[in-house]
Design a binder for this molecule. Structure first.
Ligand SMILES: [Zn+2]
Length: 77
C-alpha cells in the first residue's frame, strides 16, 4: 500500500473523530426531544441508526419512523 494512501485514511479518521467530538452535545440526556409528527418523546440514550446519526446525532422516532436531527427537527432523506 502507498504510504500516502494510509496517511489519507488516517487523517480522514482524525477528521471524523474531531467532528464527532465537536458536535456531541455536552449533556445529551438532559435535552427532551419530542417527535414533531406524533409527539413521542425520543429516547436520549439511543443507538444511532446510521452513520449520519452517529456523526451528527439525531433520532429515528419509534412511533412513526420520522428521522430528526439532534434538535428534533424533521429531516428529509
Ligand atoms: Zn413520530
Amino acid at each position: 500500500m502507498f504510504p500516502t494512501l494510509a496517511l489519507l485514511i488516517g487523517s480522514f479518521a482524525v477528521i471524523l473523530i474531531a467532528a464527532r467530538l465537536l458536535t456531541t452535545p455536552a449533556a445529551p440526556a438532559v435535552r427532551n426531544v419530542t417527535c414533531p409528527r406524533c409527539q413521542i418523546t425520543q429516547i436520549a440514550l439511543r443507538k444511532p441508526a446510521n452513520a449520519r446519526q452517529w456523526l451528527w446525532g439525531g433520532y429515528t422516532c419509534p412511533g412513526c419512523g420520522l428521522e430528526m436531527d439532534r434538535w428534533g427537527k424533521p429531516l428529509k432523506s
